[in-house]
Design a protein around this ligand. Structure first.
Ligand code: PLP
Length: 374
């Protein structure tokens, strides 16, 4: 037993190694271009992301949180949402999803996850809808698409906007084969370095087919300006850095091949983990999950993590505290959300990236199968 890490959780230098020559070329190109805010690299990135997603418009922005914030602020500016309107959010998500809703003056309504998918349970959607509900923020958490006919029908029937938090699921598809980011009214992307397609810093984007929304997001991200020195909104500075735009753009052709690396590891975990103390994530190979994380559940999560560490396996937890239990969310602390709380207590993320070979994954599965929790 030792704490030497034989199976690292993630190493971003390894993740970027196959792209490193292209990254040097792209960054030099931007440096030599003389365009350091906006410019042709951002325009090209936006076109490539729109094409990859199957949306009419993509707007590059500073990061994933700002992408979601700008969508909600833009809907308010366009009169499609009003402060105080209710937005359905998943109770199990990264807190940024909910921060964006609150930042725009909207009221999050938490809906429990399905323990099988760890995503918002669409069977519980209808009971959460009130006369004040105006939107659903669906989060494709851990890379698993959270969109189905139930959600689409309810949104249509109640005239609700669907906003996708697609930070973790670039390249995923829904049950019909349509890409995430193109399923609802607007999609928010993050290219934070650990995402399936990552920048070398912060980066994000908004996708939509709605020209009014695209224009409002673009203006809001640039001081509320629709043309130079003409400000129609009280806006922000949330623009995409052209160096990051160039780096993400060169990776966009590899969305499917990068996701395939994760899918191969997920398959080995799924085929080989057989410990009755462990609940594996629902498995499918149909592209409806791109395995941003491979999250297992275990009663004694902390003991499992220590055991894995003692056997050289680094793990992580996404996320150890449910959003409504964070100190900043005191207004929601009394909510009873036992499924989300159970996931926060039991989740363990196994290594899944270019840093983990399928042979590593088989080793990790064998180590997990030997765990007896005594
Ligand atoms: C990463 C992430 C965000 C925030 O993206 P940033 O680019 O880090 O601001 C939002 N939602 C989810 C689900 C995320 O995983």
């Amino acid at each position: 037993m030792s704490n030497t890490i034989k199976y690292p959780f993630l190493d971003l230098a390894t993740v970027n190694a196959p792209f490193i020559d292209a990254i040097h070329e792209a960054t030099s190109r931007v440096i030599n271009s003389g365009y350091y805010v906006g410019g042709p690299e951002v325009v090209q990135f936006e076109q490539k992301l729109a094409d990859a997603t199957g949306c009419r418009y993509a707007v590059g922005v500073s990061n994933g949180l700002d992408a979601i914030r700008l969508i909600f602020h833009a809907y308010i500016q366009l009169g499609r949402l009003r402060p105080g309107d209710e937005v359905i959010v998943p109770a199990n998500t990264y807190i940024a999803s909910i921060l964006a809703v609150i930042d725009a003056g909207l009221a999050p309504v938490f809906v429990e996850p399905d323990i099988a998918t760890l995503n918002l349970d669409t069977a519980r959607l209808s009971e959460a809808i009130t006369p004040r509900t105006r939107a659903i923020l669906t989060v494709h958490l851990y890379g698993r698409t959270c969109y189905d006919a139930t959600m689409a029908d309810l949104a249509k029937r109640h005239n609700l906007l669907i906003v996708e938090d697609n930070a973790q699921a670039i390249g995923a598809r829904d049950y019909r084969g349509k890409r995430t980011g193109a399923l609802g009214d607007a999609g928010a992307f993050s290219f934070y370095p650990t995402k399936n397609i990552g920048a070398l810093g912060d980066a994000g984007a908004v996708t939509t087919d709605d020209p009014d929304l695209a224009n409002a997001v673009r203006a809001l991200s640039n001081y509320g300006s629709d043309r130079k020195y003409h400000n129609i909104y009280l806006g922000y500075n949330c623009r995409l850095d052209p160096i990051q735009a160039a780096i993400v753009a060169l990776k966009l052709p590899y969305i499917d091949s990068e996701n395939a690396i994760r899918a191969d590891v997920a398959k080995v975990y799924n085929d080989n983990i057989s410990n009755p103390l462990i609940i594996k994530p629902q498995y499918s190979a149909d592209g409806t999950t791109v395995w941003h994380q491979y999250v297992i559940l275990a009663n004694n999560r902390d003991r499992l993590r220590q055991y894995l560490l003692d056997h050289g396996v680094a793990t992580d937890v996404h996320y150890p505290t449910a959003p409504h239990h964070q100190p900043c969310m005191a207004a929601y602390a009394n909510l009873h959300l036992p499924v989300a709380e159970r996931i926060a207590a039991q989740a363990v993320s196994l290594p899944i990236s270019r840093c983990t070979s399928t042979a590593d994954a088989a080793d990790i599965a064998r180590i997990i199968n030997s765990w007896t929790d005594d």
